[in-house]
Design a protein around this ligand. Structure first.
Ligand code: F6P
Ligand code: MG
Length: 449
């Protein structure tokens, strides 16, 4: 990372008082154990047991390396991003007085790098099996599907709202702003229930989410939702990119928003940016989107074996799933798995490291960044003073107007008013990490940085 005079230090597990420390010490190892356990328990599903055993061994080794703060090793599974990770490792190494380059290690290097590296090492374990079929096995799939099933009641409630909007004309100018703001906030609060914050324990959204949005308003500590609406309604018909975060209820809420954008003409196209590998347990890959749309038709059966569709009646989720499939087929929605989202870099480095993606993002009228990890990467995961302006904390990343919809699960935030952080600490000492507080932060002033 290029150093600037005034740039604060990276968050790191070195700091025992920060959330980085328990994350690397406890939460990531628990996540690793959980996959080992799942792979072991389901080993009969995989005909080539030896390959699975091989992956399990490498994952156990990873766990040991974290616990003993071993130096990072090169990624050597032959996938196309190996060199990116290995160059990054060298860049983050520390030179001793004798000129020797020490590799970074779990508790010494930056939190963002260490946590991303843990997930890349899990992917390496899968990629190192001798059986090529298992190289692409999504070892978080079961957990992701359980998260969808656990939120089925809320998913149905949300879809009923979506269908209600469709029936009463989504383009009705009298209700457009209200519907947009509602769906934007549902998509924001959908971010409460990711699986990495809960160390892989299924968390789900309960009840009717559209009703909860109002109740959660006091916990929205920065709310630029109106500015986002003003921007989009004044610039209708462009491309909107959604940089996804988690599957389950959150993914459905993001797709509901994407549905609204293209159905109203607020966007001529929505590009949906997913991860290219299993990431932070619940992050969405392209195959999860397909699975989710299919599961919306059979969801009741998968989830709770509850009500079957009565003869002649189509479930609300069916019509939604059909429409979403058509959006994908017609290209109104375009899904891509860009490599950069699973690099260790923060977004300020994208222009240099992935100019093609940066250029592509710059075509958008609006970029919607979902979730905590995207936020951390936007602001470099640095120990910012919370009153620093968001524009400054973006570290030069400004391909297009952008908004971040994030519930706070890491001890980094910018753009707060003076005294706001102190007030929040009095109200809730864990406000930065418990996912109960959120920001909708919009930045259009890309030319002023
Ligand atoms: O701190 C909790 C954590 O594991 C962070 O490391 C990470 O930023 C976050 O959870 C993932 O949350 P989200 O799914 O919202 O990006
Ligand atoms: Mg996530």
């Amino acid at each position: 990372m290029a150093k600037s005079k005034n740039r604060p230090a990276c968050l790191s597990a070195r700091d025992r008082a920060s959330f980085a420390f328990p994350t690397i010490k406890d939460r990531v190892p628990i996540i690793v154990c959980k996959i080992i356990d799942l792979l072991y328990r389901h080993r009969s599903v995989y005909p080539d047991t030896d390959s699975i055993k091989q992956a399990i061994e490498l994952m156990s080794k990873l766990r040991y390396e974290i616990a003993t703060d071993k130096p990072f090793s090169n990624i050597e599974d032959g996938r196309e991003d190996c060199s990116v990770w290995n160059e990054y490792k060298d860049k983050m190494g520390v030179r001793t007085d004798q000129g020797e380059l020490l590799a970074p290690s779990w508790f010494q290097t930056s939190w963002l790098y260490a946590e991303c590296y843990a997930y890349r090492r899990l992917w390496e374990a899968m990629g190192s099996t001798t059986n090529p079929k298992y190289r692409s096995l999504d070892f978080f799939e079961i957990q992701k599907q359980e998260s969808f099933c656990g939120s089925w009641t809320s998913i149905k409630a949300l879809i009923q709202t979506v269908e209600g909007i469709h029936k009463s004309n989504p383009k009705d100018s009298g209700s457009m702003a209200k519907n947009f703001l509602n769906l934007l906030k549902v998509s924001l609060w959908g971010n409460k229930c990711d699986l990495s914050i809960s160390s892989g324990v299924a968390t789900s959204f309960q009840g009717d989410p559209t009703l909860q949005v109002g109740a959660l308003q006091p916990n929205l500590i920065v709310d630029h939702s109106r500015a986002v609406w003003d921007h989009l309604s004044a610039n209708q018909g462009g491309i909107v990119d959604i940089i996804l975060d988690n599957v389950g209820f959150e993914l459905v809420s993001d797709l509901a928003l994407a549905d609204y954008l293209v159905s109203t003409g607020l966007a001529k196209k929505v590009r949906i940016r997913a991860k290219n590998q299993p990431w932070f347990v619940s992050d969405a890959m392209a195959h999860d989107i397909k699975w989710t749309i299919n599961a919306m038709e059979t969801g009741g059966d998968i989830a709770q074996n509850e009500e079957k569709t009565t003869e002649g009646k189509v479930k609300a989720t069916d019509s939604t799933a059909l429409r979403w499939r058509q959006f994908l087929e017609s290209g109104l929605w375009e899904v891509s798995e860009d490599n950069f989202w699973t690099y260790p870099h923060f977004y300020g480095e994208m222009k240099e490291k992935d100019p093609t993606l940066y250029q592509s993002l710059s075509e958008a009228q609006l970029l919607i960044f979902k979730g905590d990890l995207n936020y951390r990467k936007l602001v470099g995961d640095l120990n910012w003073d919370p009153t620093t302006s968001f524009e400054e904390s973006l570290l030069g990343f400004h391909p297009a107007p952008l908004v971040t919809l994030r519930t706070l699960k890491a001890d980094v935030v910018t753009s707060l008013d003076a005294g706001q952080a102190e007030e929040l600490t009095l109200k809730d000492p864990k406000w930065m990490i418990n996912g109960s507080w959120a920001v909708i932060k919009f930045c259009s002033r890309i030319d002023l940085i």
